[in-house]
Design a protein around this ligand. Structure first.
Ligand code: CTP
Length: 418
């Protein structure tokens, strides 16, 4: 998590589930980003993790009960001071107590006094997550403005698998940063930015492609495009947390954790990406092509390793299909297609001129244009650019996290879907 502006005050609420051990890693990331973190743990949380671990990582005593520090009226002071309350993990019991507005320990009391964004990251067994009581509690909390993340699917404690797993700490830190960025840009209570995680994509099916593609030359070599996949992953994870049913088609990427609540399909070549995207796109409302697709591939694949020889080999190339063009020219009514363009300006035109020309050439509904070169866009944490619409609209996407850029893209998509 890179630092977003000045250090902020975060209350890290930890409730009693086995995933409490991952709260330590989240805490470490928040501290590394320069934030002040006050751990408020439930008694049950301290059965899983000793207070000493949180105290060493946060540099502050862990608070638990309302009868510690009584003269400071801690539950009111903490809530007022906080820029973000982050709940890792939020157990079924904590969600139930929040939904009821209880104040039976310091954490729930603090939650009643806090007016900052609250990010609850649930972790529990699948049966508990899917129980109508929990489903109702989550709906109640979301209606009141608490961000309750969708859990990940996968291995739970013991042999169980299914939704209920805590999303990975880097993903939690990314959403924490997103809410802090939003809170900071709306300082003074004057709301200017749209909220980044509304549930406005519920019932929508979206496909996102991410990463580069790699075309094999021989059994050991590939020809490919540079891309970490981070922007595509951020788009997928923000869409999933806005309620969409997301398929992420990922090519060659950096070492990234699969986003929570996203169906990830891994591919390598452009032809594999094309098949996976077109297949998933059949039932989709939106397709976002964030992948850096290789335009060419070797005309033939050498069965054996190409030997060094006397001269460097010439490798004939052939064109790959243009996936975005295929999506746009398919006869599918009411499907939105979003493209990406990494551009550099020159004496013939600016980045925006090239972006506008590409939008027209590609025929998509929206195009995200990034200026590249000199440490921008590729393999870095932050991103900026413009969002161009086929309707002639142009919105600047200010420098910020890739999740913040993703949220603005989904704002534009959600507006067009309405
Ligand atoms: N794209 C695609 N299939 C390709 C190449 C690109 O779907 N074979 C998509 C990318 O995912 C991106 C958009 O098209 O959303 C623009 O990619 P870019 O590489 O900038 O476009 P090109 O048409 O290859 O243009 P250029 O000549 O500038 O490389």
């Amino acid at each position: 998590m890179t630092q977003a502006g000045p250090p902020r005050e975060i209350v890290l609420g930890v409730s009693g589930g086995i995933a409490a051990y991952k709260a330590c890693e989240v805490l470490r990331r928040l501290r590394e980003a320069g934030h002040h973190v006050q751990v408020v743990a439930t008694r049950a949380a301290l059965e899983f993790i000793g207070a000493a671990t949180f105290e060493a990582l946060s540099g502050r005593p862990v608070l638990t009960g309302v009868f510690e520090n009584v003269p400071d009226v801690e539950h009111v002071a903490l809530g007022r001071r906080a820029d973000l309350v982050l709940l890792v993990p939020a157990t079924a019991d904590l969600l139930a107590r929040m939904a009821q507005g209880r104040a039976d320990d310091l954490l729930t009391s603090t939650l009643l006094t806090a007016r900052c964004p609250v990010l609850a990251v649930p972790a529990m067994h699948t049966e508990m997550w899917e129980h109508p009581a929990t489903v109702d509690n989550v709906a109640t909390l979301r209606r009141r403005g608490t961000v309750v993340l969708e859990p990940a699917s996968g291995r739970l404690t013991g042999v169980d698998t299914g939704p209920g797993r805590l999303p990975e700490p880097p993903e939690i830190a990314e959403f924490a940063r997103l809410l802090l960025e939003w809170d900071a840009s709306n300082g003074g209570g004057e709301r200017r930015e749209p909220f980044p995680l509304p549930r406005d994509l519920e019932g929508r099916k979206v496909v996102v492609s991410a990463g580069g593609t790699a075309e094999p030359l021989d059994p050991v070599r590939t020809l490919g495009n540079r891309s970490s996949g981070r922007q595509g992953y951020a788009l997928a994870r923000v869409a999933a947390q806005r309620g969409a049913d997301v398929t992420l088609v990922a090519g060659t990427i950096a070492d990234l954790d699969p986003p929570a609540a996203v169906d990830v399909r891994r591919v390598q070549t452009t032809l594999e990406m094309r098949d996976a995207v077109l297949d998933a796109a059949k039932a989709a409302d939106v397709v976002v092509m964030a992948a850096a697709v290789s335009d060419f591939r070797p005309a033939s694949l050498s069965a054996g390793k190409i030997k060094k020889g006397e001269e460097p080999p010439s490798i004939p190339l052939e064109f790959n299909p243009d996936i975005l063009r295929e999506l746009v020219t398919q006869d599918v009514p009411r499907r939105l297609v979003v493209g990406f363009a990494a551009e550099t300006g020159d004496e013939h035109g600016s980045v925006l001129d090239y972006g506008r020309a590409k939008l027209e050439r590609k025929g998509c509904d929206l195009l995200v244009v990034n200026a590249v070169g000199a440490g921008k866009a590729f393999e870095v944490e932050d991103n900026e650019g413009w969002l161009l619409g086929a309707d002639g609209s142009s919105t600047s996407l200010p420098m910020g996290s890739k999740a913040a850029l993703a949220a603005r893209v989904w704002d534009a998509v959600a507006e067009r879907l309405r």
